[in-house]
Design a protein around this ligand. Structure first.
Ligand SMILES: Cc1cc2nc3c(=O)[nH]c(=O)nc-3n(C[C@H](O)[C@H](O)[C@H](O)COP(=O)(O)OP(=O)(O)OC[C@H]3O[C@@H](n4cnc5c(N)ncnc54)[C@H](O)[C@@H]3O)c2cc1C
Length: 502
């Protein structure tokens, strides 16, 4: 048996963690580079990871913002706190939010788990189809511990109970209810679980927030706990707080990846036979563009094209019901809703208020205010006609979303809910805030139309793979993380098949 091929994975969200875990298990020598820190959660602490940084839930407001990318000022963006949680991209029409952690966006997600729409993977590229993807969805859904209690009556705010009799919502069929990545109470034991890998997690406490500022108890499925901690035992090397700047293909066909060690402040480089980019759509595009700009990769003519925002739109719904409601307890997303008369063409979630991490003496006041507001979060299949370009470090997004009929339908539905309920619903028609940027390095066999082939490899740059939503040929119009995990599972399976240790 020869020396195992070496792999560098960049980013440790859904795409990066699944890839790193699969390839380590198959015997590759894998190093994962992640700019964010390990977060202080029960599973990470119990696994003996020493250097941890608090989640915003425990770290306060100053730990929230990591970096800001603005249309003016420094082109490479402003880093406010290198251990911070959130990164924002602000452009005139589109704002994007993403995170920075070992475990990526799985610390912020509401853990709503959905398949892709039928036909999503068909006719995109050779060898790729819904049928080919099915097994990867099945595996990753189980690994993310997707479930939902058959009877949700005990879950505060669960939509199928809490809104019965309200005529402005159309009922959702049982099979349309989304599964979620939480440890739901099982009714036995002390509420603490140790899984087959020895990972310790607590069952969800519905009175404690587990949403956008993290889940300190580990009740929410996060990929650091579910994939990375077990993979470390099998030999995975994780370099946390290492920020990659660019990479190049060397004459021998291997790659050199340049990064900054944020702990020591030194520049470092790593070499590997294979590189998997999974830095999340915005940062994957930035790294591809930076490396292409420096002449370090073969040109990718379609890079930046076909960018979409998953039809994301957030409405703040100020509910003034009798008796008064409190939107905070329960799972972070209370379930899927349909607004009467607007059942087609969009996917809507009712999301609970989550008080920001403020000092104790302000907590009750803030909670009272947040508790009266629910967010109506829309997703839809926008036309993805956006274009992302790169200018010496800055990403520009050129996207005229408001004229897209998909958005007009979402705005109409919001106005209708406001009318039907009589409660104010506020949303922004001029600028979209998305948590689900997609595309820009799309899958397509024609290098003039797409950047990636049907197995995740970048055209004309052998050994360079992409395992995040930047490859999506179209927006999903649904929560995307399961699809990212399933895609990473497929990309890894291909690498194992074609280059795996004998
Ligand atoms: C409030 C909120 C709620 C959400 N809820 C849901 C939900 O319920 N269901 C769902 O399916 N999705 C949800 N999402 C979306 C989900 O978080 C993303 O789809 C998912 O995290 C994307 O996975 P990824 O692996 O592509 O990238 P990410 O999870 O973003 O991971 C990328 C990682 O790469 C790292 N990185 C970036 N640049 C570099 C660099 N230069 N060097 C080294 N590392 C780098 C980042 O720090 C990050 O940790 C939500 C998002 C938000 C903001």
């Amino acid at each position: 048996m020869g020396k195992p091929l070496s792999v560098i994975v960049i980013g440790s969200g859904f795409g990066g963690s699944v890839s790193a875990s699969r390839l380590t298990e198959a015997g590759f020598a894998v190093t994962l580079l992640e700019r964010g820190p390990w977060r202080d959660t029960v599973p990470v602490r119990e696994a003996g990871i020493k250097e941890r940084r608090p989640l915003p839930r425990n770290g306060g407001m100053l730990s929230v913002l990591r970096s800001l990318n603005l249309p003016f000022g420094p082109k490479k963006g402003l880093t406010l706190n290198k251990n911070g949680f959130l990164e924002l991209f602000v452009t005139p029409g589109v704002k994007v939010v993403c995170t920075s952690n070992v475990g990526g966006g799985s610390h912020i997600w509401a853990a709503v788990i959905e398949d892709s729409p039928a036909g999503f993977w068909d006719h995109r590229a050779q060898g790729l189809s819904d049928a080919e993807m099915r097994e990867h969805y099945r595996l990753t859904r189980a690994e993310l511990v997707a479930s939902y209690p058959e009877d949700s009556a005990s879950i505060p705010n669960a939509v199928d109970h809490a809104w019965q009799g309200k005529s402005f919502f159309t009922g959702i069929e049982a099979e349309e209810k989304p599964q979620m990545g939480f440890l739901f109470p099982s009714g036995g034991g002390d509420g603490t679980h140790r899984d087959k890998n020895g990972i310790v997690r607590a069952e969800i406490d519905y009175q404690q927030p587990n949403g956008m500022f993290g889940s300190p108890s580990g009740a929410k499925s996060t990929v650091d706990a579910l994939y990375l901690l077990p993979a470390i035992k099998q030999g995975l090397i994780i370099k946390d707080r290492h920020q990659v700047s660019d990479f190049l293909r060397m004459q021998n066909g291997a790659y050199r990846v340049n990064a900054r060690d944020l702990k020591s402040g030194r520049n470092v480089s790593f070499e590997a036979d294979i590189v998997i980019l999974a830095a999340g759509t915005m940062n994957t595009l930035r790294l591809l563009m930076a490396s292409q700009d420096k002449g370090q990769l073969r040109t990718m003519p379609a890079l930046g094209r076909g960018f979409g925002v998953n039809g994301d739109c957030i409405g703040d719904w100020r509910v003034d019901d009798t008796p008064a409601r409190d939107s905070c307890p329960g799972t972070p997303a209370h379930g899927r809703i349909m607004i009467k008369g607007h059942e087609e063409g969009m996917y809507l979630l009712l999301v609970g208020g989550e008080p920001p991490p403020v000092p104790g003496f302000m907590a009750e006041t803030v909670r009272k205010k947040t508790g009266t507001t629910y967010q109506v979060v829309a997703m839809a299949r926008d036309n993805a006609q956006g274009f992302v370009s790169y200018d010496g470090g800055r990403l520009n997004i050129d996207y005229e979303f408001a004229s897209d009929p998909v958005y007009q339908a979402v705005f109409d539905a919001y106005r209708s809910l406001e009318r039907q309920s009589g409660w104010k619903l506020k949303f922004d028609e001029r600028a979209v805030l998305t948590a689900h940027p997609m595309g820009g390095a799309r899958i397509c066999d024609d290098p003039q139309q797409g950047v990636i082939n049907g197995f995740g490899e970048v055209h004309d740059n052998p050994g360079l793979y992409v395992a995040d939503a930047s490859v999506f040929p179209q927006p999903l119009g649904l929560p995307p993380s399961l699809s990212i995990a399933a895609w990473a599972s497929r990309v890894s399976a291909h690498i194992i098949k074609t280059a795996g240790p004998m």
